[in-house]
Ligand binder design. Structure first.
Ligand code: GCU
Length: 399
């Protein structure tokens, strides 16, 4: 790696941040209409070209197969559905396996939380008979229940939410040669899907998977389609921000410990940087991003632009005290700086006076929230409690 990693605040640097409202060739947008019509598409295009690449196109056919439904799941409080999403394009096929819990006795449409998981569907549930994610798609085969602490399904069901998840490997196995087996194979030849060909990225394939989950939720009348939230941790937090930037149907987003190329500012010299991430995970990004290693200030955006693309929908940025790699302060500063765009829509964001908060003292803001949880890089019950409070507050504001 060409550049050292810094975790001392005194050496983080004080680079001026660009404003998302400034046009590249001069001028500035000053209203929500101008933002939506002029500036937002430019920024979306910049992120597509320079960082994440385009999302996969729509396949010719998308079909939902209900493989199993149980009505007494999670000790009798939920309905469990296991759905296989069949995709077909140009004579080729691909599938994605979904694990989905719904409250058993919902009287009116319920809100939902969607998100991809790391270890496999069978590993995020404590139920011993969940259909396992195909081993060939897993980065490290995980035992049943091994990742369940990050997915407190019962708790979320008791709070009135439906929860839906699929494994990232079903969209793009998370390794340099995963592209050939990814959803991109529906649209490209094998020669176009080598590790060297980096237009078809993992992050955009994963974002596409988030959108499939959303569309499956939308097919169910018991789901309130105006309240479908997207959650993502770490690389999947980067993905969640990118998915919601692309698809306005997500009601809001939670980015948990998403760090470099997620919610954290690239212009700060703190924690992971573009040099490290592009050398270690080249399949996540387009190749052109490599050339910005050490030249972060020359990017036409910083990560607060990504958060801004989601405005005026609510975004919660979550960090953890021991997760210096993801640069908690850089995540806070990006969340705060995105407020400039939220204000065009009449929402205050975190507010211009907001200060980096002490641990476990969430700032729920207006449209943009931020908190710093005590502990490691993880998703814990404490995180979910903050998430539920933020969703409740955001929902009450917009009603
Ligand atoms: C690595 C990587 C991060 C990423 C994280 C994760 O630490 O450097 O960018 O967010 O993995 O996804 O857990």
């Amino acid at each position: 790696m060409a550049f050292p990693i810094n975790t001392e605040e005194a050496k983080a640097g004080q680079l001026p941040l660009p404003s998302p409202l400034d046009r590249p060739r001069g001028g500035r947008v000053g209203s929500a209409v101008e933002w939506n019509n002029i500036r937002r598409p430019e920024i979306l295009d910049d992120f597509t070209r320079l960082m994440y690449g385009a999302l996969p196109p729509r396949p010719e056919s998308v079909r939902f197969e209900l493989r199993r439904e149980l009505s007494g799941a999670l000790g009798g409080i939920a309905k469990r559905r296991e759905v296989r999403i069949h995709l077909a394009n140009d004579g080729k096929t691909h599938f994605v396996d979904v694990l989905w819990y719904l409250p058993l006795h919902a009287e009116k449409p319920v809100p939902a939380i969607a998100g991809l998981n790391f270890p496999g569907n069978h590993a995020v549930s404590t139920e011993p008979d969940v259909y396992p994610t195909e081993t060939s798609r897993l980065t490290q085969p995980a035992e049943r229940g091994a990742g369940a602490s990050r997915w407190p399904f019962s708790e979320l069901i008791r709070n009135g939410f439906s929860v839906i998840t699929a494994n990232r490997g079903d969209l793009f196995p998370d390794r340099a040669d995963g592209r050939a087996e990814s959803v991109w194979k529906l649209f490209r030849t094998p020669e176009e899907l080598t590790p060297e060909q980096r237009d078809c990225t993992a992050i955009s394939a994963w974002a596409f998977g988030c959108i499939l989950l959303l569309e499956l939720l939308e097919s169910e009348p018991l789901i309130d389609r105006k309240r479908i939230w997207l959650h993502g941790h770490s690389r999947l937090g980067k993905t969640a921000l990118w998915a919601a930037a692309n698809d306005p149907r997500f009601a809001g987003v939670v980015s948990n410990d998403s760090g470099c190329c997620g919610a954290a500012l690239s212009r700060r010299n703190f924690g992971e940087h573009i040099s490290y991430i592009t050398e270690t995970f080249p399949w996540w990004f387009r190749k052109v991003l490599d050339s910005y290693a050490g030249r972060e200030a020359e990017l036409p955006f910083d990560q607060h632009f990504l958060i801004s693309l989601i405005a005026p929908r609510p975004v919660l940025v979550a960090s953890a005290t021991e997760d210096l790699w993801a640069d908690p302060r850089g995540e806070f500063l990006a969340a705060k700086a995105a407020g400039e765009v939220y204000r065009l829509f009449g929402a205050a964001g975190l507010g211009e006076e907001a200060e980096f908060p002490p641990p476990d003292r969430p700032l729920y803001g207006d449209g943009v929230g931020y908190y710093l949880r005590t502990g490691k890089h993880d998703v814990t019950l404490a995180d979910w409690q903050f998430v539920l409070q933020f969703i409740e507050k955001s929902t009450n504001c917009s009603n």
